[in-house]
Design a protein around this ligand. Structure first.
Ligand code: NAD
Length: 356
């Protein structure tokens, strides 16, 4: 069934306010999830409420808990997410880091112990909208590892996302490179599993280490492992995220000496850079336009179905399409979203509708 942006946002808001968030927090988290759905990353959209409901009931996610500043040294800021909603911690910390970078030229900020930060590109978009460049390394605590290192068969990393963002020019939208270091994000295996759809190519390993397209290997115990993208390079970047985010934030890595309560706790080490401090902005925009045009001029063998795009462009195209035609959510996912809200007493009229 297809849902409008309004239906998704309303259902998300009612879940959040019924489960303890005030209107301010519900607004940030609901809009983050809606934007994830609109931009085609359903793995980080309203479907996450089923997982958050579980965390809320176990006390692993604490509503109305803002991030706190643990260290402020001018161009270096360190935040503690205090196990509150990561979408809020990420938004508030990035907002402060942007303001700081306007004064200091660059701001290195870290967040530790945040519940799930959601779609990291959201913070790249936030920085880019303020005319800033940003780079983000993220790792995961408390959850079991999901991604096998190159040449290994058992998981040793989280899906550790990386993001690099540049502001828009008059001609092109912002450059937003934002991905999990696994071939697919774990949430995409959930969406595929609930929709009973295999992947087109092997993106996971069975417990025997055999590549497979079947998402159920990630949702039955003992669990298989996701494959890192681009062999040793993606595996190396996942490792770098583990070190950059886990060590510099103080949150720690996924090594087995730490507790694992089954929730997703994120740490992030990020940089916001004011490009105007480093270069002339007309030069930057002209050069960026010329480079994007040059890249996109590479002839595509299948330009209709597979055109050459710039990172961030597929999300903007999907957003336009989904705003016009709705967001498809599988029946299995819709049921899980409804059950999560029902568990906090949300009445039928405020639940995500089911097909008649
Ligand atoms: P993905 O594989 O869809 O890759 C997305 C990136 O690739 C985007 O920058 C997109 O613009 C670019 N891209 C996609 N197709 C393109 C094309 N044809 N041409 C040019 N560029 C293209 O994303 P993913 O790895 O599935 O990650 C999805 C989301 O999950 C991300 O937003 C990530 O931040 C999030 N995530 C979060 C966590 C967490 O712990 N919070 C963990 C993992 C992933």
């Amino acid at each position: 069934m297809r849902y409008t942006a309004r239906q998704i946002e309303d259902a998300a808001r009612h879940f959040l306010t019924a489960s303890g968030s005030d209107e301010y927090e519900a607004d940030i988290v609901a809009r983050h999830m809606l934007e994830a759905n609109l931009r085609g990353h359903d793995s980080h959209g309203i479907g996450m409420t089923a997982m958050y409901a579980d965390y809320l009931k176990k006390g692993q996610l604490k509503p109305n808990t803002p991030p706190t500043i643990e260290q402020d040294r001018g161009a270096v800021l360190q935040f503690n997410g205090n196990l509150g909603y990561g979408q809020r911690a990420g938004y508030e910390a990035t907002k402060i880091a942007i303001e700081r970078a306007k004064e200091t030229g660059v701001c290195l900020y870290t967040i530790k112990h945040s519940c799930h930060l959601g779609r990291i590109g959201t913070y790249g978009e936030q920085a880019a909208a303020a005319g800033m460049v940003s780079i983000h390394f993220v790792n995961i605590n408390q959850y079991d590892p999901l991604v096998a290192p190159y040449c290994g068969s058992a998981a040793r990393f989280g899906t550790n996302p990386f993001c690099c963002a540049m502001p828009a020019t008059d001609k092109h939208g912002p450059f937003i490179l934002d991905f999990a270091t696994s071939i697919v994000a774990m949430g995409k295996t959930r969406v595929a599993y609930l929709a009973k759809k295999p992947f087109d190519e092997p993106v996971m390993l069975t417990t025997e280490g055999v590549p497979t397209t079947d998402p159920s290997v990630m949702w039955h115990q003992p669990r298989g492992a996701l494959m890192a993208f681009a062999k040793h390079k993606g595996s190396g970047l996942a490792f770098a995220c583990e070190l950059m985010a886990g060590l510099l934030s103080g949150g720690g890595t996924i090594q087995p000496g730490h507790s694992r309560d089954g929730s997703i706790v994120n740490n992030m080490t990020a940089f916001v850079i004011d490009p105007a401090v480093l270069t002339d902005m007309d030069f930057l925009k002209n050069e960026m336009d010329a480079m994007i045009d040059y890249v996109k001029s590479s002839p595509a063998p299948d330009p209709v179905n597979n055109p050459v795009l710039s990172p961030g462009e597929p999300e903007r195209m999907r957003r336009e399409d989904r705003l016009a035609h709705g967001v498809e959510i599988s029946e299995g996912e819709a049921l899980a979203i409804r059950r999560a809200a029902e568990g906090f007493g949300v009445p039928e009229e405020h639940l995500l509708p089911m097909p008649c």
